[in-house]
Design a protein around this ligand. Structure first.
Ligand code: NDP
Length: 500
């Protein structure tokens, strides 16, 4: 993070300014620099700002206020004030508001995609769908769930009521900026809760669009508040705040531990969505070409910066050579370069810090004796500036090696050979994480292996993404909460039993 005193950047507090699309070819691109959003309007921060940098070229494209604990106090007060009236609105009204929010965001999809590609480096073609389209679909799907949700039920002589929880603090990471916010905002709004959101300081620019869209959709002021700034300042102030009833956090396991410890003092509800090191298990009866193509696409999606990525490919030892050949052939098809260019499939990582981190892991893999079959350390040809790494594939990786155990968060795939099915399951479960995974094989056989994986989601033979299925992790990937669909809504509600 670079925090500096604001001498030449005026946070843009009106909603009308259009972004100037950035690209490596555009010399002086800038995006609107957002203020905080508190009580239904932009609120400028103090003199200190955090620069937002385009990782494709290192240029500053905007700045956000470096928020303080006092900003969090204001936002929590606004959320607390707005809570009783918002909680008292009917579910039908809340559902209609969230659907209008989705409509407004849909009308700004191209702007959202351009903004996220500029701040994150995700390829524009991917951004349009996964970064900009997905939050719209998620809001609608969650609204549908709320419409049909059992808000009350009878158990024996008790009437069991599901009620709004209060003020929710939402802390989100940089890899899917708007979607991560929407995963928390949609269920909160539908539950009748009010929010204080802290976006990642690295990719904060779509929070402004979300706030504007919420206002345009008719959300009352104070229901959705946004405070920009650094995790240890703004995030920590939210987690410790006595007037915040719940913290929903997505990010690294290390920060999640701090959040849980801090929130414990005021005994607030905490849900943690944390890291992953997911395995794709290829059984001997699998369609090998399909397994390889989907596993590589998962490992390298969003430039490898996905918590659920299948970064360990677990294959029969006697098929490893064939798998390596298929992987290399598939990898040749991934064009690396300017994320604003349509044919690009891999852009830069989110920051120079992340580039150095991932490059160090690639070097560590080599030093630990893994066999490099694609990529390697250093920058790709033609990408001498920007936070680029070479997308990399290792085979013969020891299941206990650092690159097989630690979350790299970059386009690095580790192929691990196994001898028999027990061995494959043991390798897959040999992780402190348990977020996601995959099994490829004859369908019944694959399902039987999927049941043995200690992980929150498993795709069998490329089973399609389901945005209302519960998402969350076993082990150090989470603390038992689940996002999406009725499970995500459930996590943001109180339960009252009335005996009649
Ligand atoms: P971080 O944990 O560094 O940050 C996540 C958020 O927490 C950011 O907004 C950050 O602020 C904030 N934060 C940092 N420290 C604290 C603190 N002490 N108290 C409160 N908030 C804090 O993760 P990254 O943003 O680097 O994202 C990558 C990580 O997120 C990966 O480990 C990945 O696996 C995980 N992730 C998990 C997902 C899941 O659903 N399980 C989904 C996506 C990512 P700041 O803006 O200063 O960084």
């Amino acid at each position: 993070m670079t925090t500096r005193s604001n001498t030449n950047t005026t946070p843009d507090s009106d909603s009308g300014s259009a972004p100037v699309p950035d690209s490596a070819a555009t010399p002086s691109p800038r995006f609107p620099s957002p203020a905080h959003w508190i009580g239904g309007r932009p609120v400028p921060g103090g003199p200190d700002v955090i620069d937002v940098v385009n990782p494709a070229n290192g240029r500053v494209i905007a700045a956000v206020p470096a928020g303080t604990a006092a900003d969090v106090d204001s936002a929590v007060a606004a959320a607390r004030t707005a809570f009783p009236a918002w909680a008292a609105t009917g579910v039908t009204d809340r559902v209609a508001t969230v659907r209008r929010l989705a409509d407004v965001l849909e009308s700004r999809v191209e702007e959202i995609a351009l903004t996220i590609t500029a701040e994150l480096g995700s390829p524009l073609t991917e951004s349009r769908i996964a970064q900009a389209g997905q939050p719209v679909a998620l809001a609608r799907a969650t609204a549908d769930v709320a419409q049909d949700f059992p808000w009350s039920e009878t158990i024996g002589n008790s009437l069991v009521l599901r009620e709004s929880l209060g003020v929710v603090g939402a802390i989100t990471p940089w890899n899917f900026p708007l979607n991560q916010m929407m995963s928390k905002v949609a269920p909160a709004l539908l539950a009748g809760n009010t929010l204080v959101v802290k976006p990642s300081e690295v990719t904060p620019l779509t929070a402004r669009i979300l706030a504007e869209a919420a206002a345009e959709a008719g959300l009352p002021g104070g229901v959705l508040n946004i405070v920009h700034g650094a995790g240890p300042v703004v995030g920590a102030a939210i987690t410790a705040h006595p007037d915040v009833d719940m913290v929903t956090f997505t990010g690294s396991t290390a920060a999640g531990r701090l959040v849980a410890a801090s929130a414990a003092d005021s005994v607030k509800r905490v849900t943690l969505e944390l890291g992953g090191k997911s395995a794709s298990v290829v059984l001997p009866d699998a369609d090998l070409e399909k397994a390889v193509a989907l596993s590589l696409a998962s490992a390298w999606f969003n430039n490898g910066q996905v918590c659920a990525a299948w970064t360990r490919l677990i294959v029969p030892a006697d098929r490893q050579r064939q798998v390596a050949e298929l992987l290399v052939a598939a990898a040749e098809g991934f064009r690396v370069g300017d994320p604003m260019s349509e044919p690009t499939r891999l852009g830069p990582l989110v920051s120079e810090t992340q580039r150095e981190r991932v490059d160090a892991y690639i070097r560590r893999g080599l030093a630990d004796g893994a066999r490099l079959v694609f990529g390697g350390p250093g920058r790709p040809d033609g990408c001498e500036t920007g936070a680029y790494v070479r997308p990399t594939i290792f085979t013969d990786v020891d299941p206990d090696a650092v690159i097989a155990q630690e979350e790299i968060f970059g386009p690095v795939l580790s192929v691990i050979p196994y001898t028999d099915e027990e061995h494959a399951v043991a390798i897959a479960n040999n992780s402190v994480y348990g977020l996601h995974g995959a099994v490829f094989g004859e369908p019944d056989h694959a399902l039987s292996v999927a049941r043995r994986l200690r992980t929150g989601q498993v795709d069998v033979n490329g089973g399609q993404y389901n945005m209302v299925a519960p998402f969350g992790g076993y082990k150090q990937s989470g603390n038992g909460g689940r996002e999406f669909g009725r499970y995500g809504l459930d996590d943001q509600l109180e339960t009252k039993s009335v005996q009649l």
